[in-house]
Write a protein that binds this ligand. Structure first.
Ligand code: FES
Ligand code: FES
Length: 183
């Protein structure tokens, strides 16, 4: 995919976003969050605090959770970026997404993309975390709605599901996405 170079662009970068190669001209100060949301239309990562406090903008860069609000797009050159849009495969949700739904760990959903990607990084390192490990790992990702316990339960359960083979590490899932409006 080729992204148009804006007139003020002075840098050219190549990176992989959700498995797709992207070439783009960018402004030197362009933030990764703006690049993803405004240039690629990937609006899953949210802007909230804008100062690396809340975790709403979290994406994975080479498998590491990163605050896209405080990362330059230039810093992602040559790297693999995973956003929430890259998790479901072939119309199937990732087990983390399934678990968040089934445990009612989503209310307004504003924190959810960052929560799920932060949790994915943990489950790749610690496939069967305890609730205490989940709590410690997720401490910098804030949720104003759920009270956190449902999120912790969902992450523990997703670890079990992934260990049971419900998803390859790359992000494939096991459950068909129900058409909108159907149970
Ligand atoms: S918006 Fe990036 S950490 Fe809050
Ligand atoms: S579900 Fe609303 S902020 Fe977390």
């Amino acid at each position: 995919m080729e992204i148009d170079r804006p007139p003020q662009a002075r840098l050219r970068i190549g990176l992989t976003v959700n498995g797709r190669p992207v070439e783009a001209g960018i402004e030197p100060r362009e933030l990764l969050l703006d690049f993803l949301r405004n240039r690629l239309g990937l609006t899953g990562a949210k802007r909230s605090c804008d100062v690396q406090v809340c975790g709403a903008c979290t994406v994975l860069v080479d498998d590491v959770p990163v605050s896209a609000c405080c990362t330059l797009a230039y810093e992602a050159r040559g790297r693999r970026v995973l956003t929430i849009e890259g998790l479901a495969r072939d119309g199937r949700l990732h087990p983390l997404q399934d678990a968040f739904i089934e445990h009612a760990a989503v209310q307004c959903g504003f924190c959810t993309p960052g929560m799920i990607l932060t949790a994915l990084a943990l489950l790749r390192e610690v496939p069967a975390p305890t609730p205490v490990q989940v709590k410690a790992h997720m401490k910098d990702t804030l949720c104003r709605c759920t009270g956190y316990w449902k999120i912790i339960d969902a992450v523990v359960d997703a670890g079990r599901r992934m260990q049971a083979g419900e998803a390859p590490d790359a992000g494939g899932g096991a459950r068909e996405v129900a058409p909108r409006g159907k149970p």
